[in-house]
Design a binder for this molecule. Structure first.
Ligand SMILES: NC(=O)c1ccc[n+]([C@@H]2O[C@H](COP(=O)([O-])OP(=O)(O)OC[C@H]3O[C@@H](n4cnc5c(N)ncnc54)[C@H](O)[C@@H]3O)[C@@H](O)[C@H]2O)c1
Length: 369
């Protein structure tokens, strides 16, 4: 394989690519003033990590639930800062012209409206995945992001996980030769019962869209193209009407076919006994295979795992993603998980979900219109 070509393709797919020459929402060397919208389960974790990112300052927090917003403001205070508290994000965006960047972690079905409002106000945006729950909404966010003054990074934080990032770089540089197949397992316990919307497929898009998307995004990145069709089967076989009214599945199996002949094979369920199988993310190539989670590779014709060099080893992936966001916003660069990439990964999981529901092969062209 042409190592220059593969290196170039890694750079174009991963390292920051200069965005069009429009001025960012922030001048270089300034402290980035951040607001957080949605400070529940994920948003509070993002906030805690944002507070550790150098060159940033959280100045406002917003949640529909005042107690959550207050708890978030207390976390800012404990870290030595001070954040204004809001329950209406539009009011916050109107009042606080000093905000440079916004972290959005509201539920999936709200992403379109919140993300678009933030982008239209010219802020840099870190928005949680999935991009939205249908293609029309995804495209609406994409076109707004293209016109926006700020950058948009979507919360596929595993792309910034030091091990996975190093492993993907190795793959894109030709380390395992031609990528032939990816195999993933996400086996665990059920979704968090304290968060009801996770069990309503109209609000989260079901478990491929809301959960499976992380690993499937990593495989799409490793292969470097978009899948052409999905074959899949899934259902609810253990947690039937648990919790009451549940409409999301508890298991599925999925095969995605890619234009270069590569296949992704992914198994995802919620009845794994503790410590039994867990997560696996493996990419198989003509010269060897990589374990993304461990950042190890194994040559195909030789026994012996090789540990890859991992910069920032052990760093939390959410912290790494937010640190990268601060850099992209400061330099006005396109993130590796930008809106185009997020749209493709969201379309991929919408395609897979349709294949499961309709018990037939669904194509990329059909889903993308
Ligand atoms: N990247 C990851 O690993 C990861 C992990 C978990 C969740 N998520 C994503 O994060 C998002 C939030 O998930 P969660 O688990 O934190 O859910 P959650 O229900 O715990 O938190 C969502 C919060 O948003 C608030 N909210 C809803 N609408 C709002 C609005 N209009 N204005 C202000 N606040 C509003 C809610 O009151 C709640 O506190 C989802 O998109 C989810 O997919 C990502």
């Amino acid at each position: 394989m042409d190592s220059n070509a593969t290196r170039r393709s890694f750079l174009s797919m991963s390292a920051a690519v200069a965005a069009p020459a429009i001025l960012g929402a922030q001048s270089p060397n300034d402290t980035m003033r951040v607001a957080c919208i949605g400070v529940g389960n994920r948003g509070s974790y993002l906030l805690r990590n944002m507070l550790k990112v150098a060159g940033t300052k959280v100045v406002a927090v917003c949640d529909l639930l005042p107690e959550r917003a207050n708890t978030a403001a207390q976390a800012v205070e404990k870290a030595g800062g001070s954040a204004a508290v809001y329950s209406d994000f539009r009011k916050m965006l109107e009042e606080r012209k000093d905000i440079d960047a916004v972290v959005v972690a509201t539920p999936d079905w709200t992403h379109r409206d919140v993300d678009i409002a933030v982008l239209e106000m010219g802020k840099n945006l870190y928005a949680e995945k999935p991009l939205a729950l249908n293609i029309a909404d995804c495209k609406m966010i994409q076109s707004t992001a293209k016109r926006a003054k700020g950058i948009m990074q979507v919360g596929f934080q595993l792309r910034h996980d030091p091990n996975r990032h190093a492993a993907e770089k190795f793959i894109h540089e030709g380390g395992i030769g031609k990528v032939l197949m990816c195999h993933g397992i996400r086996h665990g316990g059920d979704l968090p019962r304290a968060i009801p919307w996770y069990f309503d497929k109209t609000k989260c898009g079901d478990i491929v869209v809301d959960q499976g998307i992380h690993i499937l995004d990593l495989f799409r990145w490793a292969i470097g193209s978009n899948p052409v069709r999905a074959l899949a089967s899934g259902g609810t076989d253990l947690f039937i009407d648990v919790p009451p009214g549940r409409t999301v599945m508890d298991n599925y199996n999925l095969i995605l076919e890619y234009p270069g002949g590569q296949r992704v094979n992914f198994s995802h369920h919620y009845f794994d006994p503790p410590g039994f199988s867990g997560d696996q993310e493996r990419v198989f190539g003509s010269e060897g295979s990589v374990d993304l989670v461990a950042a190890t590779w194994q040559p195909r014709m030789k026994r012996g795992l090789v540990k890859l060099e991992v910069p920032d080893a052990g760093e939390d992936s959410t912290y790494s993603a937010l640190k990268a966001f601060a850099g992209y916003a400061r330099d006005h660069k396109e993130p590796i998980n930008n809106v185009d990439s997020a749209l493709a990964s969201t379309a991929m999981v919408i395609m897979a979900t349709k294949a499961i529901y309709e018990k037939r092969i669904v194509t990329w062209d059909e889903v993308m219109g």
